[in-house]
Write a protein that binds this ligand. Structure first.
Ligand SMILES: CC(C)(COP(=O)(O)OP(=O)(O)OC[C@H]1O[C@@H](n2cnc3c(N)ncnc32)[C@H](O)[C@@H]1OP(=O)(O)O)[C@@H](O)C(=O)NCCC(=O)NCCS
Length: 176
């Protein structure tokens, strides 16, 4: 169920924390993730995140590992769920050494399949900065479409950038 062609999704483990912190704290990774001021993250913040994740309501995080080796390469998860309107917001990141090898697309497909087949959700959506072309391409390969544009919503590197909302509907997932 939580296995793709290249990756597996599994629970987060304490031993993932140093790598998660290293990958997540890389400025090249953080500039695509954090709409706020991209301050460096403390190891203690990562440990706190790990300790709190099980108590957060409607948040479900997975570690992404390479299927053949079990190496931890990043994370993905459901950030919030609206159970009445039946939509879920998702996110994903990989450590920089693992970009553009097909792992992210595979992991997102597994996550979306899990949500539609196990959680009775009607729409999965995410937010992505317009300058994150790698992510946009990857999401399109998973069947996501741009459904809205937040104009000049992100100030980064001295400029304003649009932020896109992308989504896939259950009906689209079923017809793929
Ligand atoms: C976004 C992310 C999860 C995508 O995973 P990935 O494994 O790197 O992506 P994939 O290799 O599966 O697919 C990327 C696609 O974009 C293409 N691509 C790479 N760089 C690109 C660029 N600058 N412009 C356009 N397309 C690009 C790749 O060629 C690939 O397409 P292809 O398979 O048809 O050749 C990963 O890059 C990542 O974690 N980035 C940093 C954090 C981040 O941006 N998270 C998402 C926030 S919304």
């Amino acid at each position: 169920m939580l296995e793709g062609e290249k990756v597996k999704l599994r629970e987060y483990r304490k031993e993932d924390i140093p790598k998660a912190w290293e990958y997540f704290n890389d400025p090249d990774v953080r500039r695509f993730l954090n709409p706020g001021i991209p301050f460096p993250l403390k190891l203690e913040d990562e440990e706190k995140w790990y300790e709190e994740q099980t108590s957060r309501k409607d948040t479900y995080n997975f570690a992404i590992v390479i299927k053949d080796t079990g190496e931890y390469i990043g994370g993905c998860g459901i950030n919030s769920v609206d159970w009445k309107n039946r939509h879920a917001c998702v996110g994903i990141f990989l450590g920089k050494p693992f970009w553009s090898k097909g792992y992210g697309t595979d992991a997102m497909k597994v996550l979306v399949n899990f949500i539609f087949s196990q959680m009775n959700i009607n729409k999965v959506y995410l937010n992505v900065f317009s300058f994150n072309q790698r992510a946009i391409k990857s999401y399109e390969k998973c069947g996501f479409k741009v459904e809205g544009i937040l104009r000049e919503h992100i100030y980064r590197d001295g400029k304003y950038h649009d932020e896109y909302i992308m989504s896939i509907l259950r009906s689209e997932w079923e017809n793929r």
